[in-house]
Design a protein around this ligand. Structure first.
Ligand code: G3H
Ligand code: 13P
Ligand code: ZN
Length: 333
């Protein structure tokens, strides 16, 4: 058993309280490799932003959970080396799907876990979430739960709407589970193809797809039911079109990739939404930069030659999100 406190990590409790009161959101960035982690820590240290490092099932399969945890421990030391005296870094399990995986992360030094039982019937979601909360809270590890189902790209608008979080359930769910934060469904979804072209309109000037707006009415109803309770948005990449264009220009094929407009994420950050999950934008920044570099430098074969500009591009993107979208800069001086 290792406590995250020994590793210099923090849980989300104080962080979320301040973010809700201050009208900003904490960035939750997924990482799978060293370059992503370096870029996240450089961006957070430079902007003095609290940050949540997320480890998904895919990341655990790709990079190994043990290695990722030691990397997060190293990240605290690295942040200090960069001049960030009191780093506020959370190590969070993203989309944990069983009690066992949540327990193994709590026991191994994670400071926060998500139990995603949102696909289970309501009562089963409550029972599993409660079990994880009861275990995690013994060690002061915070727990994120999910209610409502994030739309898949295949869904029709009508069925996507029917999966929105039901505001009438949130008080009962939060009270009975004791969870510390709640991920809700208001129209975001995972990946780089969040809406089909049929669900969008087109900007007459640019010809670009314009996605339907998030269901802010549902968010506001939830806020009224649970005043000050930390709300989480998954699937919040904006899928920057400059990266999509760059990928396509240098041999990629990402037709109609589209995300959540940043103005809407900025608006959400000012509400009870205090954690915003971003993964796909990092993948796009990295891939765009690598494609460009290799196309322009066909003789290069040292990974450091193309991973360095990729890391720079990710760092630039993370700083932009922190400063211009979430407003978390300077909140961890
Ligand atoms: O929730 C989805 C995240 O983007 C992680 O995805 O399981 O492919 O790493 P992944
Ligand atoms: P994106 O695919 O929009 O980056 O969402 C990531 C996420 O929600 C991780 O849990
Ligand atoms: Zn997610």
């Amino acid at each position: 058993m290792v406590s995250y406190k020994e590793l210099g990590l923090v849980n989300t409790r104080e962080m979320f309280k301040k973010a809700v009161a201050g009208g900003y959101a904490i960035p939750a960035f997924n990482f799978n490799n060293m370059e992503q982690l370096q870029a996240i820590i450089m961006a957070a240290a430079e902007t003095k932003s609290p940050v949540i490092l997320q480890v998904s099932k895919g990341a655990r399969n790709y990079a190994n959970q043990t290695l990722l945890r030691y990397m997060a421990e190293g990240a605290v030391a690295y942040a200090k080396e960069l001049g960030w005296e009191h780093p506020q870094i959370v190590l969070h399990l993203d989309h944990g799907d069983s009690f066992e995986i949540c327990k193994s992360c709590v026991d191994f030094g994670f400071s926060s876990v998500m139990i995603d039982a949102s696909s289970l019937p309501y009562e089963e979601n409550i029972a599993l979430t409660k079990k994880v909360v009861e275990y995690a809270h013994q060690f002061d590890v915070t727990v994120e739960a999910e209610l409502g189902v994030l739309a898949g790209v295949e869904d029709e608008v009508s069925s996507a709407e029917s999966h929105y979080t039901k505001p009438e359930e949130v008080i009962d769910f939060a009270t009975r589970t004791g969870c510390d934060s709640l991920a809700i469904s208001i129209g975001t979804s995972h990946g780089a193809y969040k809406f089909t072209p049929e669900q969008c309109t087109r900007d007459p000037k640019t010809g670009r797809l314009v996605p339907p707006p998030l269901a802010f009415d549902v968010l506001h109803e939830i806020e009224k039911k649970l005043p000050g309770f930390p709300i989480v948005l998954h699937g919040s990449s904006s899928v920057p079109q400059e990266y999509v264009d760059m990928c396509n220009q240098y041999g990629g094929n990402l037709p109609n990739a589209i995300g959540i407009p940043e103005e809407q994420l900025r608006e959400a950050s000012k509400s009870a939404v205090c954690k915003i999950n971003i993964d796909s934008d990092s993948r796009l920044a990295m891939t765009a930069a690598i494609r460009k570099h290799l196309a322009e430098n066909p003789s290069h074969f040292d990974p450091r030659q193309y991973l360095k500009p990729a890391r720079e591009e990710m760092k630039k993107m993370y700083i932009h999100k922190i400063v211009n979208v979430l407003g978390s800069d300077g909140k961890a001086e």
